[in-house]
Design a protein around this ligand. Sequence first.
Ligand SMILES: *[C@@H]1O[C@H](CO)[C@@H](O)[C@H](O)[C@H]1NC(C)=O
Ligand SMILES: *[C@@H]1O[C@H](CO)[C@@H](O)[C@H](O)[C@H]1NC(C)=O
Ligand SMILES: *[C@@H]1O[C@H](CO)[C@@H](O)[C@H](O)[C@H]1NC(C)=O
Ligand SMILES: *[C@@H]1O[C@H](CO)[C@@H](O)[C@H](O)[C@H]1NC(C)=O
Ligand SMILES: *[C@@H]1O[C@H](CO)[C@@H](O)[C@H](O)[C@H]1NC(C)=O
Ligand SMILES: *[C@@H]1O[C@H](CO)[C@@H](O)[C@H](O)[C@H]1NC(C)=O
Ligand SMILES: *[C@@H]1O[C@H](CO)[C@@H](O)[C@H](O)[C@H]1NC(C)=O
Length: 832
Amino acid sequence: MRGTQNIVLLLLWFLSIYATASFCANVTYDSRALVIDGKRRVLISGAIHYPRSAPEMWPDLIQKSKDGGLDVIETYVFWNLHEPVQGQYNFEGRADLVKFVKTVAAKGLYVLLRIGPYVCAEWNYGGFPFWLHLLPGIKFRTDNEPFKAEMKRFTTKIVDIMKQEKLFASQGGPIILSQIENEYGNIDSAFGSAGKSYINWAASMATSQDIGVPWVMCQQSNAPDPIINTCNGFYCDQFTPNSNTKPKFWTEHWSGWYFTFGSAAPFRPVEDIAFAVARFFQRGGTLQNYYMYHGGTNFGRTTGGPYISTSYDFDAPLDEYGTIRQPKWGHLKDVHKAIKLCEEVLVATDPTITSPASNIEIAVYETGDVCAAFLANIDVTDATVDFEGSSYQLPAWSVSILPDCKTVVLNTAQINTESWISSFTTESSKEVVASSEDSVKGWSWIDEPVGITKNNTFSNHGLVEQLKTTGDTTDYLWYSLSIDFEDDTSAQTVLQIKSLGHALHAFINGRLAGSETGHAKINVDIPVTFVTGKNTIDLLSVTVGLQNYGAFFDETGAGITGPVTLKGLKNGSTIDLSSQEWTFQVGLKGAELDLPNGSSGQWNSQCNLPKGQPLTWYKKNFVAPSGTNPVAIDFTGMGKGEAWVNGQSIGRYWLRDVSTHGGCTDTCDYRGAYTSSKCLKNCGKLSQAFYHVPRSWLRPDNNTLVLFEESGGDPTWITFATKQIGSLCSIVSESHPPPVDMWNSGTVGPILSLQCSHPNQVISSIRFASFGTPNGTCGNFKHGDCSSDGVLPIVQKACIGLSNCSIDVSINTFGDPCQKVVKSLAVEATCA
Ligand SMILES: *[C@@H]1O[C@H](CO)[C@@H](O)[C@H](O)[C@H]1NC(C)=O
Ligand SMILES: *[C@@H]1O[C@H](CO)[C@@H](O)[C@H](O)[C@H]1NC(C)=O
Ligand SMILES: *[C@@H]1O[C@H](CO)[C@@H](O)[C@H](O)[C@H]1NC(C)=O
Ligand SMILES: *[C@@H]1O[C@H](CO)[C@@H](O)[C@H](O)[C@H]1NC(C)=O
Ligand SMILES: *[C@@H]1O[C@H](CO)[C@@H](O)[C@H](O)[C@H]1NC(C)=O
Ligand SMILES: *[C@@H]1O[C@H](CO)[C@@H](O)[C@H](O)[C@H]1NC(C)=O
Ligand SMILES: *[C@@H]1O[C@H](CO)[C@@H](O)[C@H](O)[C@H]1NC(C)=O
């Protein structure tokens, strides 16, 4: 027996070696598609940026991407994360790129690696480390020797790491495609002819890396051969590559949009995304990447800007916390299935496109006896189209997919997936025992001193630009001045400050006199009062994420570059303080004392906890919310600052009011072309109240939250919350095509399906059920004029106690409450 077993094991061992060796894929491309081992492929990809989640979240995010029908995971590579100091590399934790790529491979998906190294990405400084800007003679993203040398060095570094780990498909790894530069075509005219020679250099530098898989350049219509130029946008159906030897690829299909502190949050209806996807494949596209599939969180000081929020949710199919967003995730999954049913013929030929009416476009892919068709209505009103002897209803702004040129398996505007309503539940906070009895709810604090208190200070005649001074190692720079007045004070004195941004706080003799924000420019008049004799002016200038986009964005400075003047002194004169001798301090005293780690320092914990006081450090030990649901901290009650949990920065917080922005809509009409300002929510609220704390950063019993509050707040308002799914809803009409799966297994009619978000849960109640003409949205369904009797018990019988259920949406199930009217079934359920 033993012997046999050994032989079997030996055989398996040989097989595994053989299997690894033969896994090496030959990836090329032709005019239609990426060609993997001689086979053209239709590929659906989604962006997940590894530093925007904790490594412990990666397997689940990638599994959910795979379950959503993705073949490929795309990520940028973030230079300033990997080389924060020139020559000192970081590939640990959230920066463990190799681990991320291997995690994708372990789930059986491919990788699209966008090296850049300029990445934009709403990421601090577009991904460039700030030290790069300080190299002598450097000019970014143009035909400049110092820049090209550094760009080549970093690109080679990343390529070498990938090669060493055998991660390119040519070596048996998952990487099938790579990108050099990023959207340079959007801004290259600003660089003149040097822009053109730079892009030619970048192309040949990339090609010479010899990675064995193709390279792309996005938004680069003059991308030199063999680099594939690709499209980014909300729609890319009209795009054509710059040569008929290259395939039509879409590297960024924007699934939503980012938001900034103080602005409303954009969202994008899934009907429109599904329409854009179908239109792209209808018109010959073969690879599409969602930007983002999971947006995640801008932890620490990684967010770009200025002012880009800490949440990078992006209204993506997986939300910031990694939870499936429904119906977006499920409907796109159905779209992917429908497109994959057509894969064979999609890659076999070019489409024949006809337009029987101005708003109708029909594409037919046909070879031999295989045929697939896409019928599109590109208008905002419903239409009917005749195709191959049959008549098809086409809702406004939709595409019907017919994998056999006869049967509609999916219409992009008709959703067969349920909606989930998720919400935050505040945890009644259990206090960590042994917190001082005198303290207020377990909070302790330390004042951050105003002005110069650190050792690493310097003086200069004249003001300084902030970024060159701090090297972007901190958001904070103090500008301090001592000034003597022989005569006493005047009530009308005004301190006038001009700054390049992004925020400032002015203190006179240690007291806050005024604050102002401005992402590109601050020009503020602050009324001040002086005393006779010595006075101090302390100005704290604050950055809130560095610029990440635009020609020469790297040259945008920050801080108080002046002039700074005093107007209306008692003797009537105005004095320009700009060229006086100022003293500067880089960073905060508390950071030097390592307060973010909560350990050192003399924390006060008496009951006179300061509230509404600027420049205050707060600390609290807390018990992690129980369970496995994602955790967030609600910072309502606070102003602006940064927060750390167990020493790890969860990012900047800013409870900025969004009241000045109008244009929000509860529901958004998906019909018609989308723009990032078309569908907005959150007007009149705070721009971001909840901040994600990855579960893996928490210990079950005793955790430390530290915050630095700049402008003043009340920390006793802070609460811990978990995110969960409240209700499931679905509304399906009699005219819906059946779900793709059902069509495959021969079912005829439309079906309403519900499935609990958690596998261990069952449907516990039906909150609403109506068959007829119900209206409203999930959570607010209402019966219409026409509705069948006895719908609720039928739905209860079909669903209660099960993890999932399906109901035929038909008069056979519910009777006919109103003839000659298209009827729908609407259901809202809860799981427990
Ligand atoms: C790789 O595939 C291309 C196109 O299918 C083919 O021309 C080439 O010979 C293949 N190379 C190898 C090493 O198999
Ligand atoms: C919780 O942790 C903090 C810091 O690590 C420590 O000072 C404190 O004593 C701990 N509290 C308890 C109850 O363990
Ligand atoms: C700053 O200087 C003081 C006085 O010279 C010294 O005692 C202190 O240790 C220094 N602090 C740091 C952080 O270097
Ligand atoms: C007015 O007062 C300021 C501050 O004391 C002083 O610097 C300036 O010289 C005075 N101007 C005149 C005209 O006296
Ligand atoms: C603070 O804590 C972080 C995270 O645990 C750690 O990486 C860092 O070294 C600590 N800093 C100091 C000065 O101990
Ligand atoms: C929903 O239906 C009710 C009853 O027919 C009607 O009064 C109401 O206007 C409808 N609401 C919408 C938004 O269609
Ligand atoms: C649906 O429920 C049935 C029975 O309750 C179960 O066997 C099946 O696995 C469930 N399907 C899914 C996709 O969860």
